[in-house]
Write a new protein. Structure first.
Length: 373
């Protein structure tokens, strides 16, 4: 287990209220080296019915550890979007006397929460969602269960800044395996959301020429106020040596790949399935892994473009390390779970109360940074 040294001190604040009787937890998670501390803390609150590792962020030794201690199910959107398969997978995990809570990352159960609510009735307490992409997926659905989202909390924003730093670090590291650097590189950033803002600031520190592609008017204003140039998609693709995609919403399709300048490097902040409107396995072009984690695609005109981390979230090449900030959001998940279990809510999408977030921040500041009030 990878350790910051203060996890046990920190997590004890959120488990000292004791276990919740008859609670079954289905946990979607990045199965990274720092996650066992969190999983062990969850297991002191309720029974972990199953761990569902995010497919592109699985650390082998951590997966082996999980198999030793808990049921582990393979996760994909095909079965999680199918009501019959969801019930077939999850119903056997929940004992007759238990209530179910899903801790989600990426809205895997947004399309099937209604069927879960119908099947389990009041025994389905709801969902805690961690990411912006997942928040948006639940937002699009008529909700039959309560969904607590931490995606837009101030604590998640602090984590998102660190995610942006890790994305740029990993993208530049992979570029150097191609014997290229970011200095005076022409770059384009798609998406000026929470993570995108952090990426933009970090890229500017590396002396790049950065264009921003953003479709939301309010974010366009924000990008301009921060000193970035706004361009349209076609202009960005024709100019950029580096393209970083941070929308989580199908930012590029096959035609866009054809429009990229030869030699362009393409990096994603989230999974390829969410970020791109093309399937890598179905691309009609020859591909070759020319460096570890770097895929070269040869287009019909015989020019080459490069997919960093094969189009998947680039920062997971280096473990998506964001330091102790990750514990802020993990604590929010724990507190959200306890809220759902102890104070049943009507269906709908909502945030955690501000006082809970401030309490988490106080404990985090004290335990990880020695800052007391």
């Amino acid at each position: 287990m990878r350790s910051q040294g203060s996890e046990h001190l920190f997590f004890r604040h959120f488990i000292q209220q004791g276990a919740i009787d008859g609670l079954c937890i289905v946990l979607v998670t990045h199965l990274l080296p720092d996650r066992p501390h969190f999983i062990q803390a969850l297991a002191q609150i309720g029974r972990i019915g199953a761990i569902l590792p995010k497919p592109k962020s699985v650390h082998g030794p951590t997966l082996a550890w999980a198999h030793q201690h808990f049921p582990v199910l393979e996760l994909n959107r095909h079965w999680s979007n199918c009501p019959q398969q969801v019930l077939a997978q999850l119903a056997p995990l929940v004992a007759a006397h238990e209530r179910l809570i899903i801790l989600d990352i990426g809205g895997y159960f947004a399309r099937t929460q209604a069927q879960l609510a119908e099947f389990f009735g009041p025994r389905f307490l709801g969902v805690v969602e961690m990411t912006e992409n997942g928040h948006q997926r639940y937002e699009l659905e008529p909700l039959s269960a309560p969904v607590l989202s931490v995606a837009r909390s101030p604590l998640k924003q602090a984590e998102d800044i660190q995610i942006g730093l890790s994305v740029v670090y990993s993208a530049e590291s992979l570029a150097r395996t191609l014997n290229r650097t970011f200095n005076v590189c022409q770059a384009a950033l798609f998406g000026y959301g929470k993570v995108g803002r952090s990426i933009a600031r970090e890229l500017r520190c590396r002396n790049l020429h950065l264009d921003v592609v953003e479709t939301d008017e309010l974010r366009q204003v924000e990008a301009l106020s921060h000193g970035f140039r706004l361009v349209d998609k076609q202009q960005a693709l024709s100019r950029a040596e580096l393209v970083v995609c941070s929308t989580g919403n199908g930012s590029l399709n096959l035609t866009d790949l054809e429009a990229l300048r030869p030699g362009a490097m393409l990096a994603s902040v989230t999974s390829a399935d969410d970020e791109f409107a093309f399937c890598l396995a179905q691309l009609p072009w020859p591909s070759e892994e020319v460096c570890p984690h770097v895929l070269a695609l040869t287009r019909p005109d015989e020019s080459v473009i490069f997919l960093l981390n094969r189009g998947e979230a680039v920062n997971f090449v280096h473990g998506a390390v964001i330091g102790d900030y990750v514990y802020l959001v993990l604590a929010e998940i724990m507190e959200g779970m306890r809220l759902l279990a102890e104070f049943p809510m009507v269906p709908g999408l909502r945030d955690l109360p501000p006082d809970l977030m401030r309490n988490i921040a106080r404990h985090w500041l004290a335990d990880f940074h020695g800052v007391s009030q």
